[in-house]
Design a binder for this molecule. Sequence first.
Ligand SMILES: [Zn+2]
Length: 434
Amino acid sequence: MNGDQFNQEFFSYLKSSPTPFHAVANVEDYFLGKGFIRLDEASNWNLLPGQSYFVSRENGAIIAFSLGTKTPPEHGFRILAAHTDSPCLQIKPLADIAENSFLKLGVEVYGGCLLNSWFDRDLSLAGRVCCETDGSDLDILLVDFKRAMLTIPSVAIHLDREANKNKTINQQYHLPPVIAQGVEGQIPNLNAILLDQLHVLYPDKAIRSILSFDLFCYDSQPPVQLGQKKELISAGRLDNLLSCFVGMIALAEAENSYNNLLIYTNHEENGSVSATGASGAFVDSILERIFPKPATRRIALHNSFLVSMDNAHATHPNFNDKSDPAHRVFLNKGPVIKNNANQRYATNSISAAIYKQICKKAGVTPQEFVMRSDMPCGSTVGPMTAARLGIKTIDIGAPTLAMHSIRELTGSEDPYLLYRTINQFFKTDFFQIS
Ligand SMILES: [Zn+2]
């Protein structure tokens, strides 16, 4: 597969993954197609060398692993971690707001959204709906409207002359998107709209009622390549589905001679503290199932290496002064090693050296990022996973502009450059470093 083919497959993964639930379901489908075996946390497992497995939890997190044929557990795991969620607007449980002939939906802000970017966009709706059907008291169904359904109209400049100087957004009053206009005073409701869509998506299910849902707004505009030579990628959810896609392909294509593990968790954008988040016990629980003996598990972890993959800030064309002058990061220049003295990123000199050697073998030159010293630094799943497992860890990611906007920007070369290093990572055997 070359870079262009890789991007096309990446775009179809992005388009079909509007929510963490869809992102995980698509990873499951991909792995099933590659011969991975689905495991259930509620059953006993009989794991065999040379086989690949995956287990998902509550639709939002997935751990996949290949057990090596040549290497015993003492040789550890090559581990890749990323998150499945992205900042967005989440629909409230009792969402209907009928006002001025419109039906609007009450929303909460999920994660650190750049809210300005959500106005005047053609939004769609997707998520998970829990239903009562003729066959089941609790049927969990994924739903995606797949078309422009909602919008949050801006106030015209004539009615807000200060809009270009002082724009503040009240999350309670200014964000509810419009989903319908009533005809002759008849304003529909979300329950009816949702039931209609479920009947279209699941014609064979006799749905009695909707019990609850996790629904999110997303940008209905598909990913595009832009720039004179199509050198840029503009898309929603690049943070962090770019990493999820790269890791998924790299794990499936890795040989089964080594132990490789992939951890995709939910809720990174609001702190990772959940049953499916990186701060939860999901990974500990799966590692206990793989290595039931504590001493074997500890040795395996000691000899493991974790690559935490999440997007990195590129130097902005119009805001040069937001970057450290000695650590400029550019699109289309490859993966970024993320550094922070206060462990907001888990990178240290040993893990950076190992990753640089991997990059060298892959023929890719990485870039180095460190925040300006007078600005606070973001974080990701790397430090908390490193702390949980006590293993050597590096934080890396694709260079990105407009992070947490409804549409983010990366270089057309960057997904494949990142992939080449992760592909190399999964087949490299030099982690026995004390
Ligand atoms: Zn992220």
